[in-house]
Design a protein around this ligand. Sequence first.
Ligand code: NAP
Length: 345
Amino acid sequence: MEIEQRSHAGARPGSGASPAGQTMRAVVQHRYGPPSVLEVSEVGLPLVGRGDVLVRVGAASVHPGDCFVMTGEPYLVRLAFGLRRPRHSIPGMDLAGVVTAVGTDVTTFRPGDEVFGWSTAGALAEYACVPAKNLAHVPAELPVEDAAAVPTSAITALQALRDIANVRPGQTVLITGASGGVGSFAVQIAKAFGAEVTGVCSTRNVDVVRSLGADHVIDYTTTDFTRDEGRFDVILDNVEAQPLADVRRALTPSGTLIPNSGRGGRWIGPLGRIAKARMLSGFTRQRLRPFTSIGKRQDLLTLADLLTTGQIVPLIDRTYPLHEAADALRYVAAGHTRGKVVITV
Ligand SMILES: NC(=O)c1ccc[n+]([C@@H]2O[C@H](COP(=O)([O-])OP(=O)(O)OC[C@H]3O[C@@H](n4cnc5c(N)ncnc54)[C@H](OP(=O)(O)O)[C@@H]3O)[C@@H](O)[C@H]2O)c1
């Protein structure tokens, strides 16, 4: 079924506006706050614009960024997501499911296609409206939960290692938070690029990080990686538990350090650390490169290839049903996720 051209004006998902008066179950939040602000409610099906695809969501995944948007902290996120309350009442971004309708301009997808990608108007619902440019076909035989786990975390790992660090075969790459959402993909992608990979994680995750393909694993509860002076060509620091100066010590004289933790103060989050890294970068041969990942369909296609060849396999920690989405976000916010947290719809 192809949907007629429609305007989005006044038709926010969750607003109750639906062309056929159809409704769906969705997680909604009408104000910023802790996971208890989330509730499951019956809302109108989203309207589909010319370039959009209506996806029946099979699974969605959540990550620390979803927690920032849910709480509205750091306050900086409200500039993008709504000053006083969330602009979109349905939380979540990353999803996978089946196309049920497409806008008149969409030629890449048809009803019945299995797709994965990211919505900009909420994913924790039975249906999501997604711009076609944010979607790719799910590789054959990949379970919907695995596909939903991929988008933001794997794109971040890919862009950090390929575009920012330009990782080449034989280089030494260290990844902190190697057991987390970004880190578990980063270990596998760095291996796919031919690097010698060291993962940093806690004792309970040593075996799992090794199973992802890491050549070496450092248990941060017993060993401080910053004592390995000048050893790594690239460091992807997803945790930033140590001061920048200490981490730089472990980098080769012309190596690349990507500080990648989104955590920080209540107002501007990591911005202070980012500014410091950028400033320092002008005074050293080492490349200090904080970055913000950007959703690109081409990268989703690259990841689909890596999934097809088995070079990356999503690591799923827990799955929750839709009505337990608050528990899922509570778990992610605690910061000890092993791989990805998935919500099945
Ligand atoms: N630049 C961007 O555009 C971008 C995009 C996405 C995400 N991010 C940021 O990337 C960071 C990682 O995201 P994520 O989704 O991977 O988070 P996550 O899934 O919550 O994973 C964090 C992992 O770090 C481990 N960990 C905690 N303390 C550690 C330490 N001292 N050393 C090594 N590992 C430690 C945790 O396990 P244990 O506690 O069991 O050790 C957990 O497995 C977040 O801060 C997020 O905001 C940035």
